[in-house]
Design a protein around this ligand. Structure first.
Ligand code: AMP
Length: 395
């Protein structure tokens, strides 16, 4: 894997695809600079080598040129984070961008305007990618969040750099973390899959059965499995058309020697609301018109035991409706278990969608080994797909 450390950027211009798709408030101020902070190590390495950086990113989903999606709004924030002045080109290709890139001196940074102001970006247009490629000597991809897209700046542009291309340190860290879980994780390996629906996780489950020793299934997905086994799930969320699939997964797991752990009890509620009446009941004996919205105390204890037995842990998806305080306990306790296990030497990766939000909300971010920065990209990696942005650097 070619990374930043394989290059000396002295007197070189690095064309870096970053993910600066940051949230802005109504005054166009950055409300969460995590993505900018995450790109800092890559940018600083290039500058410290004596090179310059041309940064390119998308922001939001503009339709053509729309001022509200201009990257000019985030120039100040980037300067704050990096402590370096940032020049700005009001178009990512064309004369102004080329002139400003040409004039760039070692130690300087140029930010290009939103790539998605051009439809050619998402179309993966070759001529557009070639125009971008003219701006730098070495292409660096540090945007995991868009690595699953074959866009001009994430994938196609790499064709124009032959061997002058590499992964930035953030993207390298993402790839290593996934590899640590999916390929060379210390055993026993555990995957925890929660969230709402079996249908959105099925490809992950099927791929992961070959890689793990234990699989915890939690959240809304639970009830499709429980009903398929003949349990009473009351009004709990369920995908009836996936019940056969659920039974098939159980069979496959048994054949592969993977132990599946489902909740044994739940917090059931008489409404989908924070102040609903609740009761603890067996997962397969939920009364009529009640619904399971969180893992129960015995399940939490069982999961804690499993988590603490394992040396490699992947977590994707909450154990309950964590957005409502009354049903957040299972997810919080699972976070605590993973944090403990990590402290005792396990490697833990949290990735894909709502579990990342939960980990941030409940303060576990620094208590797990790695929190992925890419939602869709992470899910596709777990499904076993080779991401085009990664393949473009490797190829
Ligand atoms: P996903 O995006 O598939 O990871 O699903 C996350 C969503 O699943 C969150 O918004 C949770 O509120 C929801 N969820 C988790 N457990 C349950 C449950 N028992 N019933 C309904 N929704 C749930």
């Amino acid at each position: 894997m070619t990374t930043l450390n394989d290059f000396n950027f002295d007197n070189k211009k690095a064309l870096i695809r970053v993910d600066f798709n940051v949230p802005l408030n109504d005054n166009f101020e950055v409300t969460d600079a995590t993505r900018i902070i995450s790109a800092k190590p890559t940018i600083i390495k290039v500058l410290e080598d004596g090179g310059s950086c041309i940064l390119m990113s998308h922001l939001g989903r503009p339709k053509g040129v729309q001022d509200e999606f201009s990257l000019k709004h985030i120039v100040d924030k980037i300067e704050d984070v990096l402590g370096v002045e940032v020049k700005f080109a009001s178009d990512c290709v064309g004369e102004e961008a080329e002139e400003k890139a040409n004039a760039l001196q070692p130690g300087e940074i140029l930010l290009l305007e939103n790539l998605r102001f051009h439809d050619e970006e998402k179309q993966g247009d070759k001529a557009f990618a070639e125009q971008l490629s003219k701006l730098g000597d070495i292409y660096v991809n540090d945007a995991f969040g868009t690595a699953h897209r074959a866009h001009a700046s994430t994938t196609i542009v790499a064709e124009f750099f032959q061997d002058q291309k590499c992964f930035g340190s953030l993207l390298a860290k993402e790839i290593e973390s996934i590899k640590k879980v999916m390929e060379d994780g210390e055993k026993p390996v555990l995957a925890i899959l929660g969230g709402a629906k079996v249908s959105s996780k099925i490809t992950i489950i099927e791929n992961i059965l070959d890689k793990v020793d234990h699989l915890i299934i939690g959240g809304g997905m639970t009830f499709t499995f429980i009903k398929a086994q003949g349990g009473n799930i009351g009004d709990s969320i369920c995908e009836d058309d996936k019940m056969e699939l659920a039974l098939d997964i159980m069979k496959q797991a048994e054949a592969k020697g993977v132990k599946i752990h489902l909740p044994v009890d739940v917090i059931a509620a008489d409404a989908f609301s924070n102040d609903a009446n609740t009761q603890i009941c067996d997962v397969d004996k939920i009364p009529h018109s009640w619904q399971g919205l969180d893992a129960g105390p015995q399940s939490i204890e069982n999961f804690d035991t499993t988590v603490n037995q394992c040396k490699t842990i992947l977590w994707n998806g909450p154990l309950g409706v964590f957005e409502l305080e009354s049903f957040s306990k299972g997810t919080i306790e699972l976070g605590n278990s993973i944090a403990d296990s990590t402290k005792n030497g396990a490697f833990s990766l949290v990735g894909g969608g709502d579990s990342v939000a939960a980990v941030k909300q409940f303060g576990f971010e620094n208590k797990v080994s790695y929190v992925s920065t890419g939602g869709g990209a992470m899910l596709e990696s777990l499904e076993g797909k080779t991401l085009p942005g990664i393949a473009a650097i490797l190829g």
